[in-house]
Design a protein. Structure first.
Length: 467
């Protein structure tokens, strides 16, 4: 089994840890391994910076707009570094940076103003909004920059300061992004800490943190919530999903196959809201499998810096081992890999794009989030069976329905137990929409005005109309 920890290499000792290129499996740089006892100073400085940052909304908006411009200017240096440590194709790294800049601009213009309360009483009542204080943002490795900005942009726009902790698998581009954004902000308004556990746990439970926003696994999310509860800090948790795609019996298989494939395999399947299960009518099942397998067999898999690459490696050794295990278990349970089903015989963390058929509904590749380039396609006889199967999971992040009759598809989408449902596409989000899951997919709301208000508290002032 591949080594499940970042490997140390010459120059990575003395409070540093190695960062591995997933396309080679070899360390190429290192990052500070900060001690948990350093957090007191970092959070204390964030508290001090908050006093000035919260006071001037116009200055905040101008600073965030300047930061967006700086991110775009820095993209030629940031994108290759992101690809080197995360693995995704370079074009996708540039897209992640464009999304980061766009999010900064969106929230720079989104700060709410006072709102009167009109309830018929002879007083003037007004709701104003106040920031919470220092925010801890803990970010995973699949979209390290985009998810970082999804946390720090609304928090900063609301007048909070942010201490950001990236995954130890992808610290380098995040550190560079923070340095670029911070150059447009007052000192200590946005800082980053890098290191291995228990750094994240200590940050989430630090008494100076007033809001913890976390994206990651359910077990870690529970631990984050428990740590934040000690100081009654607010929590926002996005904990992944097991999104289902239901194909209706009027679906045009050939027309939607490419979109469906990329809805499952973009970023090597390492997307919380990717399609992770497909339910196809029994009479169309073999055609769906064949169409998806065509793309899986023909897609170019390789290093993200190669301009021909469409699908990069799995990000890290532990995740590759998990994908290998769940795929092998599915085959042991009776599934068949129509294509793929194995890691590629080359350096790095590459796994062949895999389409599975004949998968028992109880197999872990169906019931859990595989988070990799593996997709089970399951047949159904009656539509009610497909809806019930789609909803029979402890997750509830997203789902989609695919068909020609859009009214019928929308009616089926309305039966899905999830936070977002798409019709004839999947995993496309607007900056202006709320993003939230149900069940074990999370707590709280990100995105749009809802994400901004999650970083604010109401303050009500009552004033008599006459003295």
């Amino acid at each position: 089994m591949p080594n499940c920890r970042p490997r140390r290499w010459p120059g990575a000792g003395g409070g540093r840890f190695a960062v591995v290129d997933p396309a080679t499996g070899e360390a190429f740089d290192d990052s500070p391994d900060q001690r948990p006892d350093e957090l007191d100073g970092v959070v204390g400085r964030a508290e001090e910076a908050w006093r000035g940052w919260r006071a001037d909304p116009a200055a905040r908006a101008a600073a965030l707009l300047a930061a967006a411009d700086a991110v775009e200017s820095a993209a030629p240096g940031l994108a290759p570094l992101l690809t080197r440590e995360q693995g995704k194709p370079l074009a996708e790294s540039y897209a992640e940076l464009a999304r980061t800049a766009a999010r900064l601009r969106y929230f720079a213009r989104a700060a709410p103003g006072p709102r009167p309360i009109r309830d018929g009483r002879p007083v003037h009542s007004e709701i104003r909004w106040r920031p919470l204080g220092p925010v801890a943002a803990i970010v995973p490795w699949n979209f390290p920059l985009q998810l970082a900005s999804a946390k720090f942009a609304p928090a900063l726009a609301a007048g909070n300061t942010v201490v950001l902790k990236p995954s130890p698998f992808t610290p380098l581009a995040t550190r560079l992004l923070v340095s670029v954004v911070s150059a447009a902000l007052p000192e200590d308004v946005l800082t980053t800490v890098t290191g291995r556990e228990p750094l994240g746990a200590r940050l989430a439970s630090h008494p100076g943190i007033r809001h913890v926003t976390f994206t990651g696994s359910v077990p870690t999310g529970r631990a984050v919530a428990e740590g934040a509860a000690a100081s009654l800090a607010r929590v926002t948790l996005e904990l992944g999903g097991n999104d289902a795609a239901i194909l209706l019996d009027d679906v045009d298989v050939e027309r939607i196959a490419e979109r469906l494939f990329w809805a499952a395999f973009r970023n090597c399947g390492q997307v919380c809201m990717a399609v992770k299960r497909v339910y196809a009518p029994a009479r169309l099942h073999s055609r769906v499998v064949e169409a998806l397998a065509h793309y899986a067999k023909s897609v170019v898999v390789g290093a993200g810096l190669n301009p021909d690459t469409r699908l990069g490696p799995v990000n890290n050794a532990p995740q590759l081992a998990r994908i290998e295990h769940c795929t092998a278990q599915a085959v042991s349970d009776g599934a068949r890999a129509v294509c793929g089903g194995h890691r590629l015989d080359r350096p790095g963390y590459f796994f062949a794009p895999t389409i599975l058929t004949g998968v028992p509904p109880s197999s872990a590749v169906v019931t859990e989030e595989q988070f990799g380039p593996v997709l089970p396609v399951l047949p159904y006889g009656h539509l009610d069976e497909a809806v019930e199967a789609a909803n029979s999971t402890r997750f509830g992040l997203g789902g989609s329905v695919w068909g020609t009759d859009l009214d019928r598809a929308e009616a089926v989408a309305g039966r899905l137990e999830c936070g977002t449902a798409w019709i004839n596409h999947h995993a496309e989000l607007s900056l202006a929409q709320p993003f939230a899951g149900i069940k074990e997919s999370g707590v709280g709301v990100a995105g749009g005005p809802w994400g901004l208000y999650g970083n604010l508290r109401p303050f009500v002032v009552h004033r008599p109309l006459e003295g």
